[in-house]
Design a protein. Structure first.
Lengths: 123, 388
């Protein structure tokens, strides 16, 4: 399994044709206490860059974009009852949704963990 | 991922062109680990530990807020009471020494230019001011321009920009403040006076904007760090940022200027009629009186109301309010209420839909969520009132 990152502070785990998407620990820290996550419905299809989810912190609502094109196969129901999971475990249990990847070549433009760390350090 | 909404959005946009200024406690906030943002033209702390933790701390203990961005103005000179009464709807003549009142600046049409506090220091107690006023930070220069225009030459207006302003808020604020300034124990809600702390002159009122007991403290800018350190050394006190200040005042049902109050709305519609006493209503003689009297008689067109939101999705500023297909209002402040564990909002709705228990719908990104008009405050006020 490989993990990719975007400049929009999302992480993507790829296993076969399925991508699990969440926001990074850096992103949750910037957002502060998360109180609600609006997730996409199963079967929704996104082009890369489409609005896919909304994360509401105490102070603001932020869009989460689809980092690659695909069809939603699952959304993380645990976030409905416990949105704070995104704060406590952003990069594992706090995942947002899983996509069936439409175009594997889109992964090529994404960052590795090392590249993302460098990107964040420069912010 | 980008923020689509931020409570400071409008301010931040306005100020992109202008460099932000530093307040007296700028370095102190950074040393406390604050995350700083642009607000009202200044670098200000949005939070230290996180908004939720700071919100809860203030409701349970005591939070220290830096509100030095606000405008502090002293008025003196001959006929100052009459001159201020011609401009403000407040009962200035009836304001006793050592007392403070909430009021607002109104334009000729009764629109709200700002909301503010006025206090009367005892003779010579505070920098020679006969009347001391605190106005909002984002509006202070406009306010002063308006006041220069509407006050006679005999009245001297002194922008006290060498003063910092702090607020200590929460159920343990009384205990904490008394540890440093014992005399404050006798103050009750909306009383004020001059005090001394290690030779530093403090002007302290028992007031604030969180719904909790607490104080607002004006002091020389160069003494602010020392006083903030002394307060935060007490076990009851932690520094609290703007984020929690906003969620605390929203739960307390207190309107925020520039959001819930604007020149487009009126005192009676805003449910702030309490700030205009009997004598001022009857006698008039202040700017905007006509609108006040008309709306007291006929009712305002729209009203500021509290909204309880069903579910967990917060409705934020700008969200439109519907009854069926009819647009009946707009959310002016909204968010998650940490003390209630649920979203709440404040908004303006047309009068026929403003009664308590009215069922409304709010459009949040194309989704209709159910809301009910409820009384404010959402969380009961716990001011230390004088027991008569």
């Amino acid at each position: 399994m490989s993990r990719y990152f975007t400049e929009e502070h999302e992480w993507i785990d790829v296993e076969g044709e399925i991508a699990t998407v969440g926001i990074t620990d850096f992103a949750q820290e910037q957002l502060g206490d998360i109180v609600f996550v609006e997730l996409p419905v199963e079967g929704a299809t996104f082009d890369k860059g489409d609005d896919a989810a909304v994360v509401e912190s105490v102070k603001a609502a932020s869009d989460v974009y689809a980092p690659i094109s695909g069809e939603v196969v699952e959304a993380n129901g645990a976030l409905e009852d416990e949105p704070a999971l995104v704060n406590s475990d952003a990069e594992e249990d706090g995942w947002f949704f899983k996509l069936r990847i439409t175009d594997m070549s889109e992964l090529e433009g994404l960052m590795t963990e090392a590249a993302y760390k460098k990107f964040v350090a420069a912010l | 991922m980008t923020a689509t909404y931020d409570s400071n959005d409008d301010v931040a946009t306005l100020e992109e062109a202008l460099p932000l200024e530093a307040l007296p406690l700028d370095a102190w906030h950074r040393a406390q680990g604050a995350r700083m943002v642009g607000f009202a033209g200044y670098h200000m702390p949005i939070h230290y530990d996180g908004i939720m933790a700071e919100h809860s701390w203030t409701r349970e203990h005591a939070g220290l807020f830096d509100v030095s961005h606000m405008g502090q103005i002293g008025f003196s000179g001959e006929g100052v009471d009459e001159a201020l009464e011609a401009m403000l709807p407040a009962d200035i003549k009836g304001l006793k020494p050592g007392r403070q009142r909430y009021s607002m600046l109104l334009d000729q049409d009764g629109g709200i230019l700002d909301d503010l506090m006025v206090a009367r220091p005892a003779d010579g107690a505070f920098d020679g001011a006969a009347i001391y006023m605190v106005v909002n930070g984002a509006t202070k220069y406009d306010d002063m321009a308006w006041m220069i225009e509407h006050l006679p030459d005999e009245v001297v207006m002194n922008h006290m920009d060498e003063q910092a302003l702090l607020a200590l808020q929460g159920p343990e604020a009384g205990e904490a403040m008394a540890a440093l300034v014992p005399g404050t124990a006798d103050l009750t809600f909306m009383q004020c006076g001059a005090f001394d702390w290690n030779g530093v002159a403090l002007w302290i009122s028992r007031s604030g904007y969180t719904g909790e007991d607490g104080f607002e403290i004006s002091l020389p800018a160069d003494a602010a760090e020392g006083f903030a350190d002394a307060l935060c050394a007490l076990r009851q006190v932690k520094p609290i940022g703007l984020g929690a200040r906003d969620s605390l005042r929203l739960e307390a049902g207190l309107p925020l200027y520039g959001h819930d109050l604007t020149p487009a709305v009126s005192t009676i519609g805003a449910d702030l009629g309490f700030a205009i006493g009997k004598r001022r209503r009857a006698e008039g003689g202040f700017i905007g009186h006509g609108r006040v009297m008309k709306e007291l008689a006929d009712g305002p067109g729209t009203k500021r109301v509290g909204l309880k939101i069903q579910g967990r999705l917060p409705a934020r500023e700008g969200a439109q309010i519907f009854v069926g297909d009819n647009l009946v209002g707009e959310v002016t402040s909204g968010g998650f209420a940490p003390s209630l564990g649920a979203p709440i909002a404040m908004g303006w709705v047309s009068l026929p839909h403003s009664a308590l228990d009215t069922a409304l719908e709010i459009d949040v990104r194309g989704k209709r969520i159910s809301a009910t008009v409820v009384p404010m405050p959402f969380v009961p006020h716990r001011y230390r009132r004088a027991t008569a």
